[in-house]
Design a protein around this ligand. Structure first.
Ligand SMILES: [Zn+2]
Length: 85
Protein backbone atom coordinates (compact mmCIF):
# COMPACT_ATOMS: atom_id res chain seq x y z
CA UNK A 1 0.00 0.00 0.00
CA UNK A 2 2.67 2.44 1.02
CA UNK A 3 4.67 1.35 -1.99
CA UNK A 4 1.81 2.34 -4.33
CA UNK A 5 1.64 5.81 -2.87
CA UNK A 6 5.37 6.28 -3.30
CA UNK A 7 5.14 5.14 -6.90
CA UNK A 8 2.31 7.56 -7.65
CA UNK A 9 4.25 10.41 -6.10
CA UNK A 10 7.31 9.52 -8.13
CA UNK A 11 5.30 9.41 -11.36
CA UNK A 12 3.70 12.81 -10.83
CA UNK A 13 7.04 14.20 -9.77
CA UNK A 14 8.62 12.88 -12.96
CA UNK A 15 5.83 14.33 -15.06
CA UNK A 16 6.33 17.75 -13.47
CA UNK A 17 10.02 17.62 -14.20
CA UNK A 18 9.39 16.60 -17.81
CA UNK A 19 6.88 19.40 -18.38
CA UNK A 20 9.31 21.91 -16.98
CA UNK A 21 12.10 20.64 -19.23
CA UNK A 22 9.88 20.86 -22.31
CA UNK A 23 9.03 24.46 -21.57
CA UNK A 24 12.66 25.49 -21.38
CA UNK A 25 14.88 25.65 -24.41
CA UNK A 26 18.01 23.51 -24.09
CA UNK A 27 20.22 26.44 -24.94
CA UNK A 28 20.12 29.84 -23.32
CA UNK A 29 22.25 32.89 -23.87
CA UNK A 30 24.63 33.97 -21.13
CA UNK A 31 27.10 36.83 -20.98
CA UNK A 32 30.59 37.28 -19.70
CA UNK A 33 33.19 40.01 -19.89
CA UNK A 34 36.46 38.99 -21.50
CA UNK A 35 39.44 39.76 -19.25
CA UNK A 36 41.74 40.43 -22.18
CA UNK A 37 39.74 42.84 -24.35
CA UNK A 38 36.92 43.89 -22.00
CA UNK A 39 34.24 42.99 -24.52
CA UNK A 40 30.93 41.55 -23.41
CA UNK A 41 30.63 38.13 -25.00
CA UNK A 42 27.31 36.31 -25.43
CA UNK A 43 27.51 32.54 -25.57
CA UNK A 44 24.82 29.88 -25.79
CA UNK A 45 24.83 27.59 -22.75
CA UNK A 46 23.33 24.13 -22.91
CA UNK A 47 21.44 24.14 -19.61
CA UNK A 48 20.72 20.42 -19.90
CA UNK A 49 24.44 19.67 -19.49
CA UNK A 50 24.25 20.24 -15.74
CA UNK A 51 23.94 22.96 -13.12
CA UNK A 52 27.66 23.55 -12.95
CA UNK A 53 29.83 23.54 -16.02
CA UNK A 54 33.44 24.44 -16.59
CA UNK A 55 34.94 24.80 -19.99
CA UNK A 56 37.46 26.76 -21.99
CA UNK A 57 36.35 28.90 -24.88
CA UNK A 58 38.34 31.21 -27.12
CA UNK A 59 37.13 34.81 -27.04
CA UNK A 60 35.56 35.56 -30.45
CA UNK A 61 36.92 39.12 -30.29
CA UNK A 62 40.56 38.74 -29.19
CA UNK A 63 40.96 34.93 -29.52
CA UNK A 64 42.39 34.51 -26.01
CA UNK A 65 41.23 31.35 -24.23
CA UNK A 66 38.92 32.03 -21.30
CA UNK A 67 37.98 29.58 -18.56
CA UNK A 68 34.22 29.80 -18.13
CA UNK A 69 32.51 28.62 -14.98
CA UNK A 70 28.78 28.32 -15.59
CA UNK A 71 26.16 28.10 -12.85
CA UNK A 72 22.53 27.56 -13.73
CA UNK A 73 20.34 29.56 -11.35
CA UNK A 74 17.09 28.18 -9.94
CA UNK A 75 15.06 30.09 -12.51
CA UNK A 76 17.06 28.38 -15.28
CA UNK A 77 19.17 31.40 -16.16
CA UNK A 78 22.83 30.60 -16.75
CA UNK A 79 25.40 32.80 -15.02
CA UNK A 80 28.99 32.80 -16.21
CA UNK A 81 32.10 33.65 -14.25
CA UNK A 82 35.05 34.08 -16.53
CA UNK A 83 38.73 33.82 -15.78
CA UNK A 84 41.64 34.42 -18.09
CA UNK A 85 43.53 31.17 -18.58
ZN1 LIG B 1 38.55 39.03 -25.66
Amino acid sequence: MKHNIDEKWQLSHMRLRTNRAEMQPAEMDAHYICDSCGEEIVVPVDVTEGLHQDYVEDCPVCCNPMVLHVDIAEDGQPLIKSKHE
